[in-house]
Design a protein around this ligand. Structure first.
Ligand SMILES: Cc1cc2nc3c(=O)[nH]c(=O)nc-3n(C[C@H](O)[C@H](O)[C@H](O)COP(=O)(O)OP(=O)(O)OC[C@H]3O[C@@H](n4cnc5c(N)ncnc54)[C@H](O)[C@@H]3O)c2cc1C
Length: 525
């Protein structure tokens, strides 16, 4: 183990740790902040709940129940060890659009207390650190850089459509990347296997005095720092503020009741089919774009979103070459275990032969040398920014985890704006694609029941300690400092007031770089 790493279960650390800045959580937010701060100041402590690999007992501290719409298992959709959830993120990155920072009260979208211009340099640095090109602001340029023609983009032919690109980060396992460099800076100490359990405020509530921490082996350690930063991911950040209710009985930063509320993800549903004409632009075919290392989606221009009061919406075209029962036969033949003479094998072969044209066409999509065939139809995947909704929230239960802390459950909810934007997003998109001559749609009506029975998220946890100008409608200010608490900051997507269209992680990294500057300025003030 490199110097600078201390296992809190051992005797190397006493009952108290002192630091200039104590950062809790070594995921995307905490690691970025620790690296930046340790380049500029000394005495930084990074406190991480887990070790350097998945450990069942630590991971179990993330268990929680689902109280609302079905969501991912809370102990599986985030990871509690060094590197955090970046130990299994997929690396899809994109910067927020200008519209994401605007307030659109009619949709319940609050204005961010920062401007896109101010944030942009930090986002560019974040992109660079992830090994991705800064060209995401110009889709045409990016597409051309991959050797594809930008003429196929619908943007130039339609008044309302806009193509949006995700890039895949090259360096995505942040725990592995940062472990060595963080261990060798003299300005930082990493304490692992140490869990924050309670944020202790001064009697008047104006400052953090210490953070009570515990190990699963029974040690209790108190961390005292000039500045405390919670970077424990959106559910845990809110949980820590809510359970620390000895001085402020509603929890820290919760005077307006916002802590834990407005939990958002990027939602998606599958609905309807699109039957392509020969002029359908292959650049929107999901398989074709993946074959070209591209993640391209079609949504709407900002002006159209504003005019129509739509949440950020985009669509993916998933090619289907044959019916589902034939797909099952293909899978059986490929992976099934048949005894010699098993008639089920013959049935599967006969089934595949009944649509050999479709099966061959799909096979051709995997062969670069053959012309790419159009599918029979596209299954439409509608993706949406979730509207902020106070009823979508973290709920502190009466149950206790192995450290004796109250467990956080999740009540995930969507509202009428989500359903309306799914419905009208689909309608406008297929109408526009049909008008451009790209094919015709077989529409499924998007009802609240359909959305609620099909909706799922993307593992992006956003909004539970949101930024705002005043404490009346948020938890942290534009610098990500908890309103009315002088030395408590929060890092990560829990501070984002709106979810926008983009995956959160590159934005998290950008905002952590910005937070480092704010903290250094705060210390120098
Ligand atoms: C399968 C999957 C795919 C994903 N793909 C993408 C993608 O393509 N694009 C994208 O943008 N995002 C993606 N994400 C989301 C991405 O992983 C998160 O946005 C990101 O990791 C959040 O960073 P964070 O630092 O806020 O939290 P984390 O990375 O989860 O880090 C939090 C850290 O805090 C520690 N911690 C927690 N509680 C405590 C405590 N009480 N005391 C001390 N330490 C604590 C944890 O152990 C962890 O190390 C994906 C997520 C999943 C699960």
């Amino acid at each position: 183990m490199a110097a600078g790493y201390i296992d809190a279960r051992g005797s190397e650390v006493g009952e108290e740790i002192e630091a200039s800045v104590a950062i809790f959580g070594a995921g995307a937010a905490g690691l970025t902040l620790a690296r930046e701060l340790s380049r500029k100041i000394g005495g930084v402590a990074l406190i991480e709940a887990g070790g350097f690999d998945l450990e069942g007992e630590t991971q179990s501290l993330y268990f929680g129940n689902q109280l609302g719409l079905p969501y991912y298992n809370l102990a599986a959709c985030r990871l509690r060890y060094f590197g955090g959830t970046t130990n299994h993120w997929s690396g899809f990155c994109r910067a927020n659009d200008a519209i994401d920072y605007e307030g659109r009260p009619v949709l319940g979208l609050p204005k961010w207390p920062v401007t896109p211009q101010e944030v942009e340099p930090y986002i560019r640095s974040a992109a660079e650190s992830l090994g991705i090109s800064g060209d995401f602001f110009d889709v045409g340029l990016f597409v051309e850089s991959l050797g594809l023609s930008s003429d196929e983009l619908a943007d130039g032919r339609s008044e309302v459509l806009e193509t949006k690109v995700f890039q895949v980060a090259r360096d995505i396992r942040l725990g592995k990347i940062y472990r060595e460099p963080l261990g060798s800076t003299g300005n930082l100490t990493v304490y692992h296997h140490l869990n924050a359990v309670h944020v202790r405020l001064a009697a008047d509530g104006s400052r953090v005095e210490a953070v009570d921490c515990a190990t699963l082996t029974g040690r209790k350690i108190r961390v005292k720092a000039k500045i405390t930063v919670l970077c424990c991911h959106a559910i845990e950040n809110a949980r820590l503020l809510l359970v620390s209710n000895d001085v402020m009985n509603v929890g820290i930063g919760n005077e307006s009741g916002c802590v834990g509320r407005y939990f958002m993800d990027h939602t998606h549903i599958f609905a309807s089919r699109f039957i392509p004409s020969p002029t359908f632009p292959l650049i929107y075919d999901k398989r074709f774009t993946e074959r070209n290392n591209l993640n391209l989606n079609v949504g709407f221009k900002d002006d159209f979103l504003r005019k129509e009061n739509l949440l950020q919406y985009y669509c993916r075209f998933n090619p289907v070459y044959f019916d589902e029962d034939i797909g099952e036969s293909v899978r059986n033949i490929r992976y099934g275990l048949f005894e010699p003479g098993d008639v089920r094998f013959l049935k599967d072969v006969a089934n595949v032969l009944s649509d050999i044209h479709g099966v061959a066409a799909q096979a051709a999509t995997y062969q670069d040398m053959l012309p790419y065939p159009l599918p029979r139809y596209y299954k439409l995947e509608h993706r949406l920014e979730q509207a902020p909704n106070p009823h979508s929230r973290i709920v502190i239960s009466d149950r206790k985890d192995a450290l004796g802390s109250a467990i956080a459950d999740l009540d995930w909810q969507i509202n009428e704006h989500d359903i309306d934007s799914f419905r009208r997003g689909q309608e406008y998109l297929v109408n526009e694609f049909s008008a451009l001559g790209y094919g015709r749609a077989e529409i499924e009506e998007i009802t609240p029941e359909l959305v609620k029975s099909r909706v799922s998220g993307h593992y992006h946890h956003i909004g539970t300690t949101r930024m705002s100008d005043t404490p009346a409608d948020g938890v942290v200010n534009g610098d990500c400092r908890v309103h009315n608490v002088a030395n408590l900051y929060i890092g990560g997507s829990s501070t984002f007031p709106t979810a926008g269209y983009s995956g959160p992680t590159m934005m998290i990294i950008g905002f952590s770089l910005r937070l480092a500057d704010r903290i250094v300025a705060d210390l120098q003030a």
